[in-house]
Write a protein that binds this ligand. Structure first.
Ligand code: HEM
Length: 474
């Protein structure tokens, strides 16, 4: 079956829930304890995953909490998630926390709203068509093979860094085409500043000084935004001057026209390119990092994955078309994103007085939907804390209620790069697993999640590279 003929199904976003589907009824929860002067904000900053999980367990499917000066509603049931992201989505916009990324991403697709967002989404959607994405498979695999040539048997590497490096190269090459070698090191340097900037202020940013305040950290951040911006403008300028559309995402964005025949301005292209560069590598890299950790902790699953990769590929590098035979690899990706959804919280803000689950929600309220909490809910997942890729083998995705599994979000604002990310994750996993087995070492320690903008590991994830003896022919 051709790659484009079959949509990969890993989000439960498009099916109605039958009245007799047995979906657990919604329990509208009580108000959580008020906490101190900043409400539960300090606890959220200290242990967000624990707090969100405890609130769902102890107070139900819709929990009202106070975070600093903000009143927030934690939404923990698929039906309520559907209301916020799908049926009542016009009552909500992106949350102020996400909007703080504005100095970096401008009016890029992730942050804009309303008619302008719709125009941009329509312009960009064709560039993310499955057929176009499939054509990028070769770049994904070749980039990985080139990186693996530098990997040596029995050496130890920080797998989070390795995966970030790889996915950055992939998005750089698929966005800008051929060689972005020099530029990649600058993108990497600026990216480190962004991660550090947001790491220190994800929740506290609601009450902290704005980015304009001239603190050393803010100055470093603004310099990094300027650096990346200059680089992106230079690449756009060179591409416009060459008149070459190029067979890459930038070429497609340059060629995109709306119904009135208008293309994007350089400023808008800058915003979209910055958005794709940043949204397009970190999430996938971290998903891969969690996959390697889980596989190393579950030797049986790892052996099944190795056996499938060897049987399907017989030693040759994978292609996009092969991914339809690599069903266990797909289940590993799906299960990893269930246990470690790298977009671990989705935030919204009510733009008018509205309701959720029949309960009033005031204009300005923050709504937090956590895939971390939803994906570990025993009402929807059997033994939810266990890593069991095979749970996806018998059509679980069809049986789940909409909104129970949403690593890529849901509704209009669902991730535009989900097919890209899934293809990339599968191809990188298969390519690496053909050659290497990644082992956790004594130096790794427990791998603790750190929820920042994305779900990272608190410490470097050091793993030892063991070469695999396979019937490799390439
Ligand atoms: C495993 C990898 C990924 C995960 C878990 C992920 C997750 C998400 C989620 C949850 C959203 C919705 C946010 C919301 O509703 O507030 C989103 C939106 C978005 N993602 Fe991804 N993403 C991934 C990979 C990618 C890639 C590879 C790209 C681009 C190449 C990308 C580009 C975007 C963009 C542009 C949006 C905004 C879409 C819109 O609002 O119209 N993402 N992503």
């Amino acid at each position: 079956m051709a790659y484009s003929d079959r949509a990969r199904v890993t989000t439960a976003t498009s099916r109605p829930v039958a009245a007799d589907s047995g979906v657990a009824p919604v329990s509208i929860g009580r108000e959580a304890p008020r906490g101190g002067v900043f409400g539960l904000l300090p606890e959220l900053s200290r242990d967000a995953l624990g707090l969100l999980t405890r609130c769902a367990r102890d107070y139900g499917d819709m929990v009202r909490v106070r975070l600093g000066l903000t009143r927030a509603v934690l939404v923990n049931h698929p039906d309520l998630v559907e209301e916020v992201l799908v049926t009542r989505n016009h009552d909500f916009r992106k949350h102020v926390g996400a909007r703080r990324l504005g100095s970096l991403l401008g009016n890029g697709l992730l942050l804009t709203e309303g008619d302008f967002w719709l125009r941009q989404r329509r312009l960009m959607q064709p560039a993310f068509h499955r057929q176009r994405i499939a054509a990028m498979g070769e770049t994904m695999v070749n980039t990985t093979l080139a990186a693996l040539d530098g990997w040596k048997a029995d050496e130890m590497r920080d797998v989070s860094q390795e995966m970030i490096e790889l996915t950055m190269q992939v998005v750089g090459r698929t966005l800008f085409g051929t060689e972005v070698g020099e530029d990649l090191s600058r993108i990497r340097a600026t990216n480190r500043v962004f991660v550090e900037h947001f790491r220190s202020r994800l929740f506290t940013m609601m009450i902290l000084l704005p980015d304009r305040f001239p603190s050393p950290g803010n100055r470093r951040y603004r310099r990094a935004v300027g650096d990346l911006e200059r680089l992106v403008y230079r690449i756009i300028g060179e591409r416009r001057a060459s008149g070459d559309d190029g067979n890459d995402l930038l070429g497609m964005l340059l060629a995109a026209r709306d119904e009135a025949g208008s293309g994007m301005t350089d400023r808008q292209l800058r915003d979209e390119v910055m958005t794709l560069l940043l949204a397009g590598h970190d999430t996938t890299a971290l998903a891969l990092m969690w996959a390697w950790v889980l596989l190393a902790q579950h030797p049986q699953a790892e052996a099944t994955l190795h056996a499938e990769v060897d049987a399907v590929l017989g030693g040759r590098p994978p292609t996009a078309a092969d991914t339809f035979q690599l069903s266990y690899v797909e289940h590993v990706v799906t299960e990893t994103l269930r246990l470690y959804p790298t977009a671990w919280v989705i935030g919204r803000e009510a733009v008018r007085d509205t309701e959720i689950g029949g309960q009033p929600v005031a204009k300005g309220s923050t709504i937090l939907i956590s895939p971390w909490v939803l994906h570990r809910d025993p009402r929807f997942f059997d033994q939810p804390e266990e890593f069991r890729p095979e749970r996806w083998a018998d059509g679980l995705v069809q049986r789940l209620p909409r909104g129970a599994y949403l690593p890529f979000g849901a509704g209009q604002r669902v991730c535009i790069g989900s097919a890209f990310a899934q293809l990339e994750a599968m191809l990188l996993l298969a390519t690496i697993a053909q050659r290497f087995k990644l082992e956790l070492t004594d130096r790794t320690g427990p791998v603790e999640p750190l929820p920042v903008v994305t779900l990272r590991a608190r410490h470097p994830v050091m793993m030892t590279l063991r070469t695999r003896r396979t019937n490799r022919s390439a």
